[in-house]
Design a protein around this ligand. Structure first.
Ligand SMILES: O=C(O)CCC(=O)C(=O)O
Length: 299
């Protein structure tokens, strides 16, 4: 059989194209829009710095010796809420501003749903907000997944958190699931933005942060509050909640906090950054003062 030379050429072109198509087809670098409304490139080169260089030596030391700081017995409260049968166990880690650990308030089936969602979806490299844009930087190493506010999982979590605090979780950013592996961390930082971010005008500043613990690392991975001189080593189902702003909307400097480096195992948590507009049930302490337990729990 004689094959026509034109057909032969065509056939050869197809074979080469199929074999090397990954060279010919270069997809555009994907971009995503983060919660702060900024568009960022997904892959950016990371700078070559050790993670310890992002930490103050004090906080670094605390992260690596958490028991020493955990032992500094926190005040324990048993908070009785009218609509709850059993009281809540609340451990106070700082008063000015308030930083608490609320013990075992998220059920196992909800934690499983969060983890499942993270595994099934497409997490991204974590970013930090700097000079008005979100960038990938080694001061924060984690994989993250935003859950849209209208998603049933976000609705379930907001509803649950609203049951035991006076905070209006409807005026929070969409929840962010974070997974830290060994070497992962989030260096000490403040959660509010100066200058204000994209959402400030409509939602207000980040008055408080609620962190749901989904999985606990085997070693490392506590949440450190260097100025409160405490490292919280929570368990799955716990919520750590702290205030970033005072009642005048000014930054609480001692709300400085970070996710300690993971030495072994995996940590998974969900962050809710709560904005200060429409917080009608969160009564304010007198002007310029820190929020207190009675504001948070509505006594
Ligand atoms: O993972 C942690 O322990 C800290 C998380 C954190 O810093 C944040 O949500 O702002």
């Amino acid at each position: 059989m004689v094959v026509h030379p034109v057909k032969l050429c065509l056939f050869a072109v197809i074979i080469i194209a199929v074999k090397y198509c990954h060279v010919i087809y270069v997809p555009a670098e994907p971009s995503i829009t983060s919660a702060d409304g900024e568009t960022k490139k997904e892959s950016q080169p990371k700078e070559n710095r050790s993670i310890s260089s992002y930490w103050g030596s004090d906080a670094w030391k605390m992260c690596h010796d958490p028991d020493n700081y955990f032992r500094s017995t926190p005040d324990l409260y048993s908070v009785r809420l009218r609509h709850f049968i059993t009281p809540l166990d609340v451990e106070i880690r700082g008063y000015n501003p308030l930083a608490v650990r609320i013990v075992n308030v998220i059920g196992k089936s909800t934690l499983d749903r969060i983890e499942q969602r993270f595994l099934e979806d497409q997490p991204e490299e974590a970013t930090v907000f700097e000079n008005g844009t979100s960038i990938v930087q080694s001061s924060r190493i984690a994989d993250t997944l935003w859950v849209p506010n209208e998603d049933i999982l976000a609705i379930t979590l907001r509803r649950r958190l609203s049951q035991f605090t006076t905070i209006n979780f409807k005026n929070a950013e969409q929840p962010l699931i974070m997974s830290y592996q060994p070497g992962g961390h989030y260096a000490a930082h403040h959660d509010c933005f100066f200058p204000p971010d994209y959402w400030h005008a409509t939602m207000g500043g980040r008055v408080a942060t609620a962190l749901i613990i989904v999985k606990k690392a085997e070693k490392g991975g506590g949440t450190v509050f260097p100025n409160h001189r405490t490292v919280v080593q929570p368990n799955p189902g716990d919520v750590i909640l702290w205030f970033n702003l005072n009642s005048n909307g000014e930054q609480e400097n001692d709300s400085l906090h970070g996710g300690c480096p993971i030495i072994k195992g995996q940590k998974m948590a969900v962050s809710f950054w709560i904005r200060d507009k429409y917080q009608y049930d969160l009564t304010s302490p007198i002007s310029g003062k820190s929020y207190r337990m009675e504001n948070l729990f509505g006594w």
